[in-house]
Design a protein around this ligand. Sequence first.
Ligand SMILES: [Mg+2]
Length: 330
Amino acid sequence: MAAVALLAARPAPAPGGPARKAGPLPAAGWRVRPHSLRSVPPPGVAGRGGARAARPTRAAMGGCDLFALDFDGVFCDSCGESSLSAVKAAKVRWPWVFERVDAAMEEWIVERMHTLRPVIETGYENLLLVRLLVEIQIPSVRKSSVADGLSIQEILENWSKLLPTLMDEWQEDRESLVDLFGRVRDDWLENDLSGWIGANRFYPGTADALKLSNSELYIVTTKQSRFAGALLKELAGVDFPSERIYGLGTGPKVKVLQRLQEMPQHQGLTLHFIEDRLATLKNVIKEPALDKWNLYLVKWGYNTQKEREEAGAISRIQLIDLPDFSKQLK
Ligand SMILES: [Mg+2]
């Protein structure tokens, strides 16, 4: 398969600020850029933009690259949107829990959700966290055995154990919560597109990195594909091919990576997986079939300093910052 690239360069976003909303792209959006046109410096020599020679970057690779890219926490800071959507959805699911929740407590909840974001793997977990925060604050609505005296730090450290306990004690099922969360977002998106889009932002430079890349790009996310596609279009100004977005329901990320690497058109490509969630990268490391993937943890997004330090000690994982990201994707 030919590499795709969006050749219509756009101005870089203001330093320190989110990528600006861009209008629709010209019809010639995704076009083929022959790899032979790329400037590939000899091994050991820094490439365009000062790419570091020590890494297995394209200088060493020489060939074509395939990038599997996480979405939330890599391209898109969706924490504001997901927290507000979760509050809306939790009110639908458990109205009695929210009877005594006023605007000030809602604001407190959304603030705490920013701190708790690193623990979330899939969107529906936002609903559980929102309800748990209410149960911590209001004893009379408490139905879980764990809420009494629970601190934010304890949630951060123990979420993988708390989650199944809460699901069990609240007698919830994952599919219903996933479905409800999706419907609440659909309603918001349908009735107030600009409000919904405005609750998200792209990390500075990431939209341009996507547009200027001439590598094979795939989005691999636990978000529903239609939401990732809408944000790419409305916030980044990119009509990203929907068949290149592997969203919620397409299987665990390790399985998606395996499928991508097995596709005949991807044979011979150098494989890269960029994530903001350390646990996901560790799952890839556990899978011998995925040994060929170069793994990257971004220094922005939803991970903690402790996780970045842990990743730094794992030889398979490279930590990258925003300027590295743009260079890697080229
Ligand atoms: Mg992520």
